[in-house]
Design a protein around this ligand. Structure first.
Ligand code: PGA
Ligand code: ZN
Length: 405
């Protein structure tokens, strides 16, 4: 039974305010969760904090928290429904999606503690096993070279990512780190390095095509490439500011841009492609998935915003074969589980993701395992990113030692 809830202002890795929720039960168990925060947000996602910011959100919520006190922490769907009821908007505009996320995740952690389980075990046994999901240790997928709104450089693509299939989470992560270091060397030697961005990916002077080539050369068979285009960010007035066939940056029509993307995919054979088109262009997603869906996971992040209604439209249009999952895009664990269930039913692969503004809370490592995710997108370096790797490695050891994989 939830005995107490206290909300606190916390800072994310970008130094911006977010929400930490502490929950206590009547047996003295405690759980804390901190909501991450995004920089390149979808138009469809929950409002992270209401007007007035974290302090205002906490003040507002304090008048309603009595509604949650006395509820059973295991009644996740009732708790989450109450959060929606208190908020009474479509997108948590009143109390803030980050308030909802912190409370929702902390409730799951508290329930897990009450049962003496790890969070991933609790979520799996209680929610995802019955969906026919098998718990899995996902492969880490990390941002190595950044552009777009994360970086403010010449690069339009928001993230060039790498992933590898070394044996074990720590070895996977070490390979990614080694390549991150190697890319840094490569860039510094040529005076092309600008620094590191908010996710600790490199920022360079290279524009997109040259940047892809640099990562490809560095990865050299040790890792495969992925891209998060976050294309909505460079789309306006019906056109994409991208590169034509001659490598010239200009405003491209949808048709010209589609060809440019196809060419990149054909040449560089990524295994992962996120948001290659703006968030309403379902037909282009579908065309790309038809052409390259056998060799690459094509994923909607801004496209779906972890929203079941959006995913349903995507499924109808056969838009993608994957979806990015970020709890605070939708606000609660229950809403997230609805997306997981729908994806599972239609063979859509899951990628559980961090946000650019993170904390050392590693709940996504637990969710990724319990959701049977193909990848965990959690960056390569930095305490808040490594926290996810370390937690995933610990889970892997637990799973290996109990032999219940
Ligand atoms: P974020 O974006 O800055 O909103 O976390 C990361 C992403 O687009 O995947
Ligand atoms: Zn994205």
């Amino acid at each position: 039974m939830i005995k107490d809830i206290s909300l606190h202002v916390a800072l994310d890795s970008r130094g911006r305010e977010t929400i930490a929720a502490y929950l206590k039960d009547e047996k003295g168990n405690e759980a804390i969760a901190i909501a991450p925060s995004g920089t390149s947000r979808s138009g469809y996602e929950a409002v992270p904090l209401p007007r007035g910011g974290a302090k205002e959100a906490i003040k507002l919520f304090s008048t309603y928290k009595g509604k949650l006190i006395g509820m059973d922490a295991e009644q996740q769907s009732e708790i989450d429904a109450t959060l929606h009821e208190i908020d009474a908007t479509e997108n948590f505009a009143k109390i803030g999606g980050n308030v909802a996320t912190a409370i929702s995740i902390a409730a799951a952690k508290l329930a897990a503690k009450g049962q003496g389980l790890e969070l991933y075990q609790y979520v799996y046994r209680r929610f995802t096993q019955s969906m026919g999901i098998r718990k899995t240790i996902p492969f880490p997928l990390g941002n190595i070279l950044g552009g777009g709104v994360h970086s403010n450089s010449n690069m339009q693509i928001q993230e060039i990512l790498i992933t590898n299939k070394s044996k074990g989470v720590i070895e996977n992560a070490k390979t990614n780190i080694m390549l991150h270091n190697a890319l840094g060397e490569f860039l510094r030697k040529r005076d092309l390095a600008i620094g590191l961005n908010i996710e600790n990916a490199w920022i360079s002077k290279l524009a997109d095509i040259e940047a892809i080539k640099a990562v490809e050369k560095t990865a050299d068979g040790l890792a495969r490439l992925g891209f998060d285009f976050a294309a909505t960010e460079y789309f306006s007035n019906g056109k994409y500011l991208f590169y034509d066939r001659h490598g010239k940056r200009r405003q491209l029509t949808r048709a010209e841009y589609f060809d440019a993307i196809s060419e990149i995919v054909e040449k560089h054979r990524p295994v992962y492609i996120e948001d290659p088109f703006e968030e309403s262009e379902l037909e282009s997603f579908a065309r790309l998935t038809k052409e390259f869906g056998r060799s690459a996971l094509i994923v909607g992040d801004d496209l779906y915003a972890t929203n079941a209604k959006r995913l349903e439209e995507g499924i109808k249009a056969r838009a993608t074969n994957g979806i990015l999952v970020k709890v605070n895009q939708v606000g609660t664990l229950t809403d997230t589980l609805e997306v997981v269930k729908l994806a599972r039913r239609h063979g859509i692969k899951l990628v559980v993701s961090h946000r650019s503004g993170e904390t050392i809370d590693a709940f996504i490592s637990h969710l990724a395992v319990a959701f049977g995710a193909a990848y965990i997108k959690c960056g390569i370096l930095g305490g808040e990113r490594i926290a996810k790797i370390n937690e995933l490695a610990r889970i892997q050891e637990l799973e290996n030692s109990t032999g219940k994989r």
